[in-house]
Design a protein. Structure first.
Length: 404
């Protein structure tokens, strides 16, 4: 990475996790490969071998990530007024699958969702399709992901309507689609963060659920499966699904998560990240046969110890691309009074919940803080850089030289 790229690392690149400060470790991290590096080096061979089986979305994402910050997308020109040096910074791709372009958005999303939390218990409810269905879902991602959202949301609303559980269908919750496991395996499921209660059907009262129980997961599993099957029939895809899928157990997991803050912090990285971050890629090097070997780190469920996994570059690319979302598909969806266009005033709802649960409502009157812009700084003197122009995307790859 050239020094002019380092000049704006704080503004544009994903921050790496804190690590030991030994020189050996620092050298390893500096030499670690990125997803873009792997795509640039081994992507052409992968497309030559599997291009006919790749979707248009996968080809598009691969092309964007391998061009990100190389100069092929143009550049921005910066000047330091303090020391007079100029800096040329390659433009980023901005694609949602790129770990270099989306990391900073997770905190913004988390802060906004934390502000919306109601003063009541929350639940993290997860809907998962059986493994026998995963191959079909991977082949029909747009139809199946949409059906997963629709079937699971409808299941929650239908069960909550029962007076034994909540007694109203006027819920407000947020769902996040998650498709990967810790080793980039394909495991599609939807997480919902759900407040423990609902507005009454007349909209004048808050009906709380039990603090440690929202809806029965066994009934939710059966309803989810039935609704998904119905949606597949409507889409004309039911005959392509193995019949054994409809006799398998569909897992729905519900967990009380206190005030919801920890659950939101758990979900936030999934919103603006796909499959893996660059900091988990230890290295990429040629193998004995000339093909690439990628080493990545992962943690087993319930363990804090990181383990290393080695994959061929071809297998790494395959695993990453299976998590590419259909273009324009919304992986985060809000329902009921949690929807941004809901006409229910959030502060009024917070007061209603507070009064119902016999809590104390504290009204803080303060202006909303303005977003603080992040400015790139000069690597030589630390002063803020001023943007002075752009270099349009060239026909070929730009060669960048720092004028300092």
């Amino acid at each position: 990475m050239c020094s002019n790229q380092l000049a704006v690392a704080s503004a544009h690149t994903e921050r790496r996790a804190a690590a030991p400060t030994t020189s050996a470790h620092a050298e390893r991290r500096a030499a670690a490969a990125t997803i873009g590096d792997i795509f640039r080096q081994y992507g052409p061979a992968y497309r030559a071998k599997f291009g006919a089986r790749m979707s248009r979305d996968q080809r598009r994402v691969m092309k964007l990530l391998q061009r990100c910050r190389t100069g092929e997308l143009g550049a921005a020109l910066y000047r330091c007024d303090a020391c007079g040096r100029d800096h040329v910074v390659p433009q980023s791709c901005g694609n949602r699958h790129c770990p270099q372009c989306q990391g900073h958005k997770a905190k913004e999303w988390l802060d906004a969702q934390l502000e919306k939390l109601l003063p009541c218990p929350y639940f993290l409810i997860t809907f998962t399709v059986p493994k026998e269905l995963r191959r079909f879902v991977r082949s029909h991602p747009r139809e199946c992901y949409r059906a997963m959202f629709q079937a699971s949301a409808a299941t929650l609303i239908e069960l909550a309507r029962n007076p034994k559980y909540v007694g109203s269908s006027r819920l407000g919750f947020t769902g996040v689609l998650h498709t990967w496991g810790r080793t980039l395996s394909y495991h599609p499921h939807v997480h919902f963060i759900v407040p423990g209660g609902a507005l009454g059907e007349d909209g004048t009262q808050w009906l709380p659920s039990r603090a440690n129980f929202f809806v029965p997961v066994r009934a939710a599993s059966l309803l989810f499966r039935a609704k998904f099957k119905e949606l597949m029939a409507e889409a004309g895809l039911i005959d392509q699904i193995p019949q054994e899928v409809w006799t398998k157990k569909w897992v729905v997991h519900s967990k009380a998560v206190g005030d919801g803050r920890r659950a939101l912090r758990y979900l936030a990285p999934y919103v603006f990240r796909v499959a893996i971050s660059n900091r988990r890629i230890e290295n990429c090097e040629p193998g004995p046969d000339g093909s690439g070997r990628v080493t990545l780190t992962y943690r087993k469920s319930g363990s804090r110890r990181y383990r290393a996994m080695r994959l061929t570059a071809e297998e790494f690319i395959r695993r990453f691309l299976q998590h590419v979302l259909p273009r324009g598909f919304q992986k985060v969806r809000h329902y009921g009074f949690a929807h941004p266009r809901s006409k229910i005033d959030p502060q009024w709802l917070k007061m209603l919940v507070t009064a119902t649960l016999h809590l104390v409502y504290v009204l803080i009157v303060a202006p909303q803080p303005l977003p603080v812009p992040v400015h790139p700084t000069c690597p030589h003197c630390g002063a803020v850089l001023r943007r002075v122009g752009v270099v349009p995307a060239p026909l070929g790859r730009l060669a960048f030289a720092n004028s300092s």
